[in-house]
Design a protein around this ligand. Sequence first.
Ligand SMILES: [Zn+2]
Length: 256
Amino acid sequence: MSENIQSLFAHNRAWAAQMERERPGFFTSLVKQQTPKYMWIGCSDSRVPANQITGLEPGEVFVHRNVANIVVHSDLNALSTIQFAVDLLKVQHIMVVGHYGCAGVKAAMDGTRVGLADNWIRHIQDVRDRHAVLLESLPPEVRADALCELNVAEQVVNVAVSTVMVDAWSRGQQVSVHGWAFGVHDGLLQDLGITADNQRPLDALYKAAVQRIRFKWGKPPELAMPVREKPAVITPAHTDHDGGAPAAEQPATQND
Ligand SMILES: [Zn+2]
């Protein structure tokens, strides 16, 4: 085994010893059962680790990750994981988490060929094509990040329409599906304001999320950039972009 691989085992032994020293009985209690309240559906990207980002410990978050956090209607891997989380573990919150700077989303946006994964990324291109008018109205440099958010909204709906969620909600189980985005550049999570909980029609939820995304990224480029690149002083000049946004482009309200 290479030295690098050996170092992983060394780190693991040190971590296990530290945990047991600080929290005697931690691992023996984990053996008995896992009772996570949360399920995380995120990108496989190594910069987006669910537990570290949320400060959750082993046993506290049930995780499914794939390239660009996609939930396909017939993906038995994702659906089985969701079903286990909802039916057996009784998680209360499912978070679909995209991230800015996602290579899968960028490839979908640009039509870059990467290999077999093109067929997987095609699902995001479907989202891109569905919102082609919106995306083409945005500055080119923010389109991929806007598509990242649109993809999250799309996947929240895909989770919500799965038989797992439909059945759970029909029997009165309390479980919500949230849409979040993670900033690799600042380490912060954003709630995209699309939470499916069977209390509101999904289509209204989806449309409101798309409107928020349109308004957010439709600002002048210098205001729509990720936080680290924003100017220190933000003027209100964006309020009349494009000579005044039509009603459909106004930010969604709580009542939408
Ligand atoms: Zn990614």
